[in-house]
Design a protein around this ligand. Structure first.
Ligand code: IMP
Ligand code: MG
Length: 434
């Protein structure tokens, strides 16, 4: 039978960490090629398949499906040590990595030791991940960087390992498009961290938005069939910069212990007790504890550092902005189960700035930092929904919450997710999948 191929772009619709890894993995099952187009090892994907937990920073999570081609495109920046360590950890789990599974764009830029040093010394103001991302892109734009194609001419343990994987990835992807294959293009980070369209200067140094897929991989915009953004049912941000719906202050969050410390000092019973205390205060209307409850339920602690993420209510203005910048076809809503314990849930439908109401987002960080959220409040469902398999079986208030957001953002919600496992995924609309 003749099979029509599709080219689907997946982007982070908020500030990153929307659980994109799970959906890339979910969609990758039917994809022939998976490609990453921006960023470097500032990203972190966790994919859980049965009992195996995979953590990737660089390699697309499609790599765990053994019969797919995974590409790290020209728009990315690569730390050779990190790439090689990811390849080796896959090999230890029994994966054979050759250029049939993993291909590196020859024009991607190499993160050098000096980039990491510079980022560590100067990135504090932005709250960067200190992985050398910004300084590497800086050298790329100044035309003083080292590309992968140059790097593999050197002779060291890393270059030798990477060398066989380096190819003209734009050529390969376009061949796959011509042959009507299914192609998944994955943006790292999120829309609001985009260097051109995010909350500058509190952004990353690449284009996580849909346009970045074209420039970062060398394909034309006419080849893209749909763009899906992943958004959480609430919002989080790591690093600095404005977050209008933030619950509690940035300082309060940063003062908190990381989850690993909490686990160690409190144990399971202590954690349960703490959660009951937080829930009680949250439902009495204490904002800091509302944010803390999201952090707790959503495991909102950095994958590598364990640092607590800032949390807040779902922001419709951001979602609509994201829809515009990316030309969104659909939204996948993740982590709906995180809101299970809330009596009341808020949705941000406007900002108040200098006494005036606005419903348009602005990426002007200075203005944003002075905006106050205007909320619509809905009733929670106060039930564990993590085992629900069908949207129709969700508690009425959970369904109403999703439908209200869909109505407000004016983009169809194609999937709702209630947990990290593949089985915790409800498909509402098939037309945006392969
Ligand atoms: P950089 O990308 O390390 O330069 O960091 C710039 C900003 O982007 C900081 O606020 C980081 O916390 C944020 N950031 C970078 N990568 C990610 C990510 O994968 N998820 C969420 N935030 C990120
Ligand atoms: Mg992440």
């Amino acid at each position: 039978m003749f099979k029509m191929g599709k080219v689907i772009v997946i982007v982070g619709g908020q500030f990153g960490d929307e659980a994109k890894g799970k959906f890339v993995d979910f969609l990758a099952e039917k994809a022939d090629l998976i490609a990453r187009y921006n960023g470097g090892n500032n990203a972190g994907h966790t994919v859980i398949v049965k009992d195996d937990v995979f953590k990737f920073h660089l390699i697309p999570s499609g790599i765990i499906h053994k019969d797919k081609v995974n590409i790290i495109g020209n728009g990315t920046v690569i730390d050779p040590k990190v790439l090689v360590s990811e390849i080796e950890s896959l090999e230890e789990k029994g994966y054979k990595i050759s250029d049939k599974h993993l291909v590196i764009g020859q024009n991607a830029h190499i993160i050098q030791a000096k980039h990491i040093e510079e980022d560590s010394a100067t990135g504090g103001k932005i709250g960067t991940t200190s992985r050398g991302i910004g300084p590497c892109y800086k050298d790329k734009i100044a035309r003083t960087g080292i590309r992968v194609i140059d790097y593999v001419k050197e002779d060291n343990r890393y270059s030798r390992k990477i060398r066989p994987l380096v190819k003209n990835t734009s050529f390969i992807i376009n061949q796959f498009i011509e042959n009507k294959k299914n192609i998944l293009l994955e943006g790292a980070q999120g829309t609001l961290l985009d260097i051109d369209h995010g909350t500058y200067p509190f952004v990353t140094s690449s284009n996580p938005t849909a346009g970045g897929a074209c420039t970062g991989l060398g394909i034309g915009p006419t080849k893209i069939d749909s763009v899906t953004a992943i958004m959480k049912s609430y919002i989080t941000r790591v690093g600095n910069g404005p977050l209008v719906t933030e619950l509690g202050t940035e300082e309060q969050t940063k003062r908190e212990d990381g989850i690993n410390d909490l686990k160690e000092t409190l144990g399971k019973e202590g954690l349960d007790h703490l959660k009951r205390k937080i829930t009680l205060k949250a439902n009495e209307g204490d904002e800091y504890n509302q944010g803390r409850l999201m952090r707790f339920n959503g495991k909102e602690y950095g994958t590598t550092t364990g640092r607590p993420r800032r949390t807040g209510w779902f922001d419709v203005l951001i979602a609509r902005y994201s829809a515009r910048i990316n030309g969104l076809s659909a939204v996948v809503m993740t982590k709906l189960d995180v809101l299970d314990d809330f009596k009341k849930i808020k949705i941000c439908v406007g900002y108040e700035y200098k006494g005036k109401k606005t419903t348009e987002f602005t990426n002007n960080s200075e203005v944003l930092s002075k905006c106050k959220p205007i909320y619509e409040e809905v009733d929670g469902w106060l039930e564990d929904i993590s085992k629900v398999k069908d949207f129709k079986e969700l508690p009425k208030n959970a369904r109403k919450y999703v439908e209200r957001i869909e109505e407000l953002i004016k983009v169809p919600i194609s999937i709702v997710s209630v947990g990290p496992e593949r089985s915790q995924t409800m498909i509402l609309r098939k037309e945006f999948l392969f």
